[in-house]
Design a protein around this ligand. Structure first.
Ligand SMILES: Nc1nc2c(ncn2[C@@H]2O[C@H](COP(=O)(O)OP(=O)(O)OP(=O)(O)O)[C@@H](O)[C@H]2O)c(=O)[nH]1
Ligand SMILES: [Mg+2]
Length: 294
């Protein structure tokens, strides 16, 4: 059989997580319209007849302002190593800019079989994409190019075909019933974070982390007590909202998805905690699951 590992790399917000979810037909990685949604490497496993592809979704590579950003970049850089194929996802509707150059300079993918995925082709003008492709052709003369729309699945089957062509013969690395490497706790935290990202504006989403304080597994309904970590009192006020309306909304939206994930009724209690500058604190980064370890 054909099998192997494929890293999905690129700038924030280009559609990497949308693509992995399309390929594995599950919501293994949260998607929002905000940049830097994904903060960890997340495995999504594709199984078909005589084929297993282990995809790694990665945080969008960007110029980091905090230690958190450095950790996220390091996770993405590490994913690029020892894979059979690298996908470099770019936003086909945006001209080649400093952020793209940053990736080319920092990401060591010149020796790996590479597919440059021109995603969001639905938003792009033909003449603009021609120019973008010419630039990428100069940088990666041997790479395979493909246009996709992660949002509706356009060309995703073709992308899978091309990946399979580049894969070696090998064993199944994971049991076929496994879809992701992340456990339920991770997924619960991501669901809560997704609701906050979708509900709030730019600055606050980047400053939050989720910590599960306690789960009463035996209780009916199952009880989950979680903390939303922010950096400032002003952010705490925003997350709670006037009369507690915002946190109530976040909680009820998250509860619906967590119930679907666990297939049972749950009780979700959220509280907000201020941990100043946690994005630069090594201990806090470790506690919240964002410390890159080799
Ligand atoms: N129009 C259009 N929108 C897309 C397409 N693919 C993804 N999007 C949207 O782009 C936004 C970002 O998608 P994500 O999948 O979260 O992007 P990402 O690359 O994982 O972003 P980070 O996790 O921040 O690095 C979301 O609002 C998606 O719905 C596409 O092909 N066309
Ligand atoms: Mg993502």
């Amino acid at each position: 059989m054909k099998s192997g590992f494929v890293a999905i790399l690129g700038r924030p917000n280009v559609g990497k997580s949308t693509i992995i979810n399309r390929i594995v037909k599950h919501h293994v990685s949260i998607v929002t319209e905000k940049s830097q949604t994904t903060r960890n490497n997340i495995i999504g496993i594709y199984n078909a007849k005589d084929t297993q592809i282990v995809f790694l979704d990665t945080p969008g590579i960007h110029k980091p302002k905090q230690q958190l950003g450095k950790e996220m970049n390091n996770m993405a850089y590490s994913a690029a190593h020892d894979v059979d194929v690298a996908l470099l996802v770019v936003d086909a509707s945006k001209p080649f800019g400093l952020g793209d150059q940053f990736i080319v300079d920092h990401l060591d993918i010149h020796k790996t079989p590479l597919i440059v995925v021109f995603n969001k082709i639905d938003l792009a003008r033909l003449d603009e994409t021609e120019e973008l492709k010419a630039t990428y052709r100069e940088i990666f003369p041997k790479a395979n190019f493909i246009d996709t729309v992660g949002l509706d699945g356009f060309n995703i089957d073709e992308l899978i075909k091309r990946i399979v062509n580049l894969l070696p013969e090998g064993p199944a690395y994971y049991p076929v019933e496994m879809i992701t490497d992340k456990d339920e706790i991770f997924q619960i935290k991501e669901i809560i974070r997704e609701k906050i990202l979708k509900q709030l504006r730019e600055e606050v989403p980047h400053s939050i982390a989720i910590f599960i304080d306690h789960i009463e597994w035996e209780h009916k309904p199952l009880q989950i007590f979680a903390s939303i970590i922010v950096e400032k009192e002003s952010q705490k006020a925003i997350v709670i909202g006037a009369g507690g309306r915002m946190i109530k909304e976040i909680g009820s939206r998250a509860r619906v998805d967590i119930e679907r994930l666990l297939n049972k009724h749950i009780f979700l209690e959220l509280q907000v905690k201020v941990v100043p500058d946690w994005r630069n604190e090594p201990k806090a980064l470790k506690t919240y699951g964002y410390k890159y370890e080799k």
